[in-house]
Design a binder for this molecule. Structure first.
Ligand code: MN
Ligand code: MN
Length: 469
């Protein structure tokens, strides 16, 4: 009797902490597995920000969204979107209420860490053709050697023609890789720190080895340029006006005997981008205008005209206002001050291989649901957009009311590292913002890991957030 009372009291007073699969019904499990199939397909085929935009553009059109520049006046229920320079999308469903009451917004990013080509990339060394890269985003460089890479991007030719490139994804395509040093000769390299074992200038991609016929210098390089010229009509100078990204060519797939997880490249932050957009598609006519932001450049600081810091976002809001109630000075600030936003970005999940890094009471765990992160930043909370208790309260109560599995965490022990998201940029506009995303293992690696349970709960969480009045 005593024990039972204690148990009841514990259940009432303790914060629940459990593996989400335990209370998941058969029907719910089926939905989770079904949803994850669409996601696996999406990340396997959308490996750059431009490819994400292309995939989302198709999904949006199929779901009745129109390019805002091709619409006249907008009314509640209208579905619109705006694409900024092929790398950044804003999608929205117009709400019933006066915009002054504020919008419900979710913002994720669609750029991921990768290897970009330098502007003068191609060279020949000891009869091997190589490409010089400059890595994009925070990577552990040693992870990017000796894995299959594919080449994606655009090249603008001297006549301004744009050539799209995607080589290395199809089974019949050639692959590319960076050759690491053999262990037999690595005694010097082995003594370096992990950070310096592979340096930035060592990330040179092997792309060819047959010499062009004739008695001239750099015959292997010439042969590669000749192949590229025949295939794409480009010359070496065209690399100057190119954006070429090398990314892991592995497809995403189920992970584990129980198939509970997903392994794949680019889950930071396409897992939140995909769930945030899929959630938007389920909304009919919301009370408050719903907006899904899919930003570029987060991994390098959100600068540039496709990053979250760009005024292009406010330009989109202006377009909405011009086509609904009409715009006026100060209106946008008023709307922002009444708006709510989830900064949908991934966080690092607890990794049992490195237990000393973590403070176990305040970490995110795979299968415990979507993570709420009140603040990111460094040891002093420096650089953090520390969300107000009131807004955190609103979000967690909303999740609890709707049976969304969520957890609350920091990331690692104090002072061990840190990170940031787009949260502070939007909070700067006066919006209530909270970081809220899927926990990921091996974040920023070529093969990131997520939980299907968490992904589905992110989708459900974002759906109720858009809908809430
Ligand atoms: Mn991220
Ligand atoms: Mn990141």
């Amino acid at each position: 009797m005593e024990k039972k009372q204690a148990e009841i009291l514990k259940e009432k007073l303790f914060k629940p902490k459990k593996n989400g699969w335990e209370n998941t019904s058969k029907e719910e499990r089926k939905k989770i597995l079904e949803f994850s199939k669409g996601y696996i397909d999406f990340i396997s085929n959308s490996k750059t920000e431009r490819e994400c935009v292309k995939s989302f553009d198709k999904i949006l059109k199929e779901n009745g969204f129109k390019n805002i520049d091709e619409t006249e006046n907008l009314k509640p229920g209208d579905r619109i979107y705006y694409i900024n320079r092929e790398k950044n999308i804003y999608a929205s469903i117009i709400g019933e209420e006066d915009p002054e009451k504020g919008f419900n917004m979710i913002g994720a990013h669609i750029d991921s860490p990768r290897l970009d080509l330098k502007p003068n990339p191609l060279y020949e060394d000891t009869e091997l053709a190589m490409l010089k890269t400059h890595y994009y985003g925070g990577i552990k460089k040693y992870q990017w050697v000796n894995i299959p890479l594919s080449m994606h991007g655009v090249i603008i030719k001297s006549n301004n023609e744009k050539v799209y490139i995607n080589i290395g994804e199809k089974e019949e395509d050639p692959t590319f890789t960076i050759a690491d040093l053999l262990p037999h000769l690595a005694s010097k390299q082995d003594k370096k720190t992990l950070e310096n074992g592979i340096e930035g200038e060592d990330l040179n991609i092997l792309v060819g080895s047959i010499p062009f016929e004739g008695d001239i210098d750099e015959k292997v390089k010439l042969n590669i340029l000749n192949i590229l010229n025949e295939k794409f009509g480009i010359t070496e100078t065209d690399f100057v006006s190119a954006e070429i990204e090398f990314v892991p060519s592995m497809k995403a797939r189920d992970l584990g005997f129980d198939r509970s997880m997903i392994a794949g490249y680019g889950q930071d932050d396409r897992v939140c981008a995909y769930t945030a957009l899929e959630a938007l598609l389920t909304i009919q006519t919301p009370k408050r205008t719903s907006i899904c932001i899919l930003a570029d450049k987060e991994e390098i600081g959100s600068m540039g005209n496709t990053g979250m810091s760009s005024r292009s976002f406010e330009h989109f809001i202006d377009k909405i206002l011009e086509k609904t109630t009409g715009n006026r000075t100060g209106l946008k600030d008023k709307i922002f001050s009444h708006s709510r936003l989830l900064s949908a970005d991934v966080t690092g999940a607890y990794n049992p291989n490195f237990s000393e890094i973590y403070e176990k009471n305040n970490e995110s765990y795979l299968n415990h649901g979507i993570s709420i992160i009140k603040y990111t930043g460094t040891a002093s909370k420096g650089g953090a957009s520390d969300a107000n208790a009131e807004f955190v309260g609103y979000v967690r109560n909303l999740f609890e009311k709707n049976s969304i599995a969520y957890q609350v965490s920091e990331m690692g022990k104090i002072g061990i590292g840190g990170g940031g998201t787009i949260a502070y940029i939007l909070a700067d506009k006066g919006i209530d913002v909270l970081d809220c995303g899927v926990p990921v293992l091996s974040m920023h690696s070529p093969y990131e890991i997520s939980s299907k349970f968490d992904i589905y709960n992110a989708y459900k969480a974002y759906t109720v957030f858009y809908k809430d009045e």
